[in-house]
Write a protein that binds this ligand. Sequence first.
Ligand SMILES: [Fe+2]
Length: 183
Amino acid sequence: MNTVIDRIHLDHRNTEQLLRIIEQETDHFDTGEFTNLPLLADLMHYFVNYPDLYHHPLEDQIFALLKRKAPALAGKVDQLYSEHVSMGEASESLQELVTELQGNAVTPRNRIVKAFRDYLRQYREHIDKEEKELIPAAAKALDNSDWIQLEKQFATNADPLFGQILQRQYQTLYKVIMAEAGK
Ligand SMILES: [Fe+2]
């Protein structure tokens, strides 16, 4: 039982649920159907804030230990670090795009659809690399005292969407996700 790795897996599953909702809304937008812009705004609000506040700092700590214990993986770890930064920037630019759309900005539909699909692909590839390569490598390379130290550092974090404390702005999104999970 490794609560830190469990937490990373849970974050990734939750993120995949949210990415599917972004994908549905992107498909709606692409085909000219009703697109739930407030929902997209909530999603982007989440993606701009949550990963950099909670998820990436924890992963960065795991990967820093991994890099020390398995130097052969340093290149892959550095690549993930830089993806954490570039994904944060991509989230911010999509959040701005949604704000523009809500303000009725005239932005070409195909540019918006491409931006969202590129983002979805980048996010999924990133999670895939972590789940298939780096997290299993960390599970092997790190020892018990490493995980205890990481658990302590992480104990104070709480996810506003999936944790016990639901912030008001996430309630609508939370219900959508729960409904989708009940399919
Ligand atoms: Fe991750």
